[in-house]
Design a protein around this ligand. Sequence first.
Ligand SMILES: [Zn+2]
Length: 182
Amino acid sequence: MSAAKKSESVRKKSAARKGTVPKLPKLEPTDDSAPKFDVFAASKRSEIMRKVKSTKNKSTELRLMEEFKRLGVTGWRRQAKLFGKPDFLFPKLRIAVFVDGCFWHGHRCRNTTPKDHADYWRIKIERNQARDRAATEHLEALGYRVVRVWECEFKKANADLLEEKLRPIVDAFRAAQKNARK
Ligand SMILES: [Zn+2]
């Protein structure tokens, strides 16, 4: 066994002992783009991509914006330069909101992991999940409450779930308004 291989295996073992997530192999820089290397024929890949839909598709973010408007919540910022890039940041309320795609971020509601190249998808999804956890921890350490909304929570059947998830934001917003009026 080479020295490099040996240290890799030691590192993995120690990560497993600590219960931390081992660093996953580098695939590509962004978490929601199509695979850059050609493991699929173009037609096959576009078929898969149609099925799995991207995380950061505009429609879920727009739908969340509509929810905020409906609930009378304002004051969010987009593209805040914070680790993990929250989709919405409420700086005054110290709340960061993510809208996560169920496939890419490994929500258990989905059972659509393609059978072909299952390892590829699993590694990619686990890597996203590890990054999500790291971002949440980082933001919480900065004093933010982190709210993660799943894509599937925009389904009509999950309206109550979404309402519940957004309630802390609504409450914090109203409390801040009350304080401002005092
Ligand atoms: Zn889901």
